[in-house]
Design a protein around this ligand. Structure first.
Ligand code: ZN
Length: 138
């Protein structure tokens, strides 16, 4: 996984189409590892300036803000990796609610529909930090 999605691999994507394919493949591979279902292909999209990415649980898809993540520098690359892992974690959280009917499931669902400062956000941020370290480890 490391070489396929390394910084150099990202830099070798010279067109928007190649960047779109990189994203789609990355999300599919991470989704496979996490055993989550992402129905639509992940895409770069025009999102609000304060949003890095979104997981839309209603259609099980991930959108990444084009304006933050298509730059050819290490910062943009790391943010891209973190955002993808973060949004995959939200997909994982949501999938839990589909597979289980219990108080935790109900709480997660409530947080998805509710506002920020949720434990699902804190969980996704902690997850992205550690998993991206793992992914980029040589
Ligand atoms: Zn989040």
């Amino acid at each position: 996984m490391t070489d396929k999605y390394s910084y150099n691999s990202w830099l070798s994507c010279n067109t928007d189409t190649q960047k779109d394919l990189f994203l789609k493949s990355l999300v599919n591979d991470i989704a496979g590892i996490m055993d989550i279902t992402v129905i639509e292909d992940a895409v770069f999209a025009e999102l609000n300036v304060d949003i890095y990415g979104v997981y839309d649980y209603t259609i099980k898809t991930i959108k990444i803000n084009r304006n933050f993540h298509t730059g050819d520098n290490m910062r943009a690359y790391k943010e891209l990796m973190k955002t993808v892992v973060h949004e995959c974690r939200h997909a994982y959280q949501y999938q839990y609610t589909l597979l289980h009917t219990n108080p935790l499931s109900k709480l997660i669902l409530k947080e998805f529909i509710g506002n920020k400062d949720q434990f699902t956000e804190n969980d996704a941020f902690a997850f992205e930090e550690r998993v991206v370290e793992l992914l980029l480890e040589k």
